[in-house]
Design a protein around this ligand. Sequence first.
Ligand code: HEM
Length: 558
Amino acid sequence: MVLELVLLGIALLILYGFHPITRWRFRHIAGPRPAWLVGNLAEMLSKGQVEAAARWGQLYGPIWCFWLGAVPVVMTDDPHIARKIVVRPVRHKIYSLHVGDEERFESNNIVFINHAMWKETRNAWQPFFSPSAVLKNDELMARSAAKLVRHLAPAAQQGQPVDVWRELGLMTMDVVGTAAFGVDFNTLEKGKAAGGQQQLGSVHTPADRLVGCVNDFFELFGLGNPLFALFFLFPECERWVKWLANAWPTPNFKREIAARRQLRIVGTELVQQAHAAMPATGDHNDGGSKGGSGGSSSAAHNGTGAASRQRGEARPGSFLSLVLPFIGRPVGDTGTRLDELWAATQASGFILAGYETTANALAFTMYCLALNPDKEAKLLAELDAWGPPNRLPSAADMDSFPYATACFQESLRLYPPAAAAVRESPAGGMQLGGLNVPEGTALQVSIFAMHRNPKYWSNPEAYIPERFVEGSPEAAEVTPGAFMPFGDGARKCIGYRFATLEGVLTLVTLYQQYTFKLLPGQQPLKLKTSLTTGPANGIKVTVHPRRQGYSTAEVAEE
Ligand code: HEM
């Protein structure tokens, strides 16, 4: 009897692994042949997620279906189909192994929210990201870049190689952490000490502790638990998979849980402090809503900052100061209200969304410039024509940097740090490219494949910033809608202006002082995709001062 049961179990598992019913429903959509049980996971893991998507685009495009285990994903690299996907549905499916407070903390994150709370949350983010409010962060950004110039000085003097991706990560963390919480992060000053698990629970500033857990989060995301793959292999058993993962956590998952818990605890502490110190009038909104001048000197750096910090208030103009007034507001007619945990998730979410994405984008730009000395020379000429090397750029100077902006955009094309935009097909399903896609299907736009498709880009593998220089012959050839590094539609990246401003001001500040040469052996660049797509082994360069004397590094010391 036992033998029969075992044999029956094996037979059922074998049958299940072919997913006959689901595969039948998607048989009309072309795509790579799925293997038993694991679908196309093996190819994605061996070739790399973005590389596999680009290959499938070439073979089966413009729309195809691949299988994450038992889960069908309909993907496209076509700008028209992509627009239909990103503009209409706002939902996407999220898998999470977390339970309890950590789960609630995570599910409140704007990137993951699907329900009624998304709209209210997006409204709360909006004031900080209006065109005029974003510009007010220019001084924070340029000063952080100048700190990076100073940080790189010893390596430049001694000819020591550096991993510029890591260094840029310290800088972008400085920017987003400070902008989000209104607390000085000073990650560049603290350098390596900032990262890693040793920070957790020890006596450090809240910012140090946040940096420690964000680093752990990025290191462990996706690797934290091999059980994660079970979500895709057995999607019907979501509850059991969660239970298993938490009952027997792997060492990495334990670290990930600890990192997330710290993120929640420290984030909530900072929010509670700031909320308690918030004046009843709610005039914290001033920093964002006054906006408009478009000049430099952000409120986040004015004299009132130090005083308000001592009182535990959120610094005027910081993201947190604009989000706090939303606490207590009702969420539609759901009966729930936004609370302090929600606010803590948003401020931490700001760091998670804006830290690695921007660091990757900048590191990729420097990689591309190092490989293209003629483009680098054009960039240097633009900077030298603009002003003396000790001048810090501000938002008001952005019009003087069309080529620097184009260099940043062209690397976003070749190496988009967020390689896909993700949605779910709405109730009743939808028609895509003439095909019927059933309700609830995971939809993805492969930004990476679209950006490298020869149908839309001539010489797609080449780094040609001129494609983004207005009025150039190369720009005339660009297919409208084929460039979407920040996604599109209602859920388009809210931080795209912030990231572009930071990217350009950083490039200007760095290349005023230095050029960078790649250490050998880094071509072709190996990519790694988890939460974002970045260089798998960092980007190793030597740093070469362009001149003696003047330096924005001195500005950073002021
Ligand atoms: C170069 C840097 C960045 C890139 C390439 C990038 C890219 C993206 C992409 C592709 C999406 C998904 C859009 C979609 O599904 O249509 C996204 C969403 C988002 N990004 Fe960014 N991002 C960057 C920087 C930032 C920064 C600096 C912030 C904020 C500080 C930010 C905040 C967000 C948020 C909050 C969302 C979710 C929006 C929502 O679901 O409503 N991003 N980003």
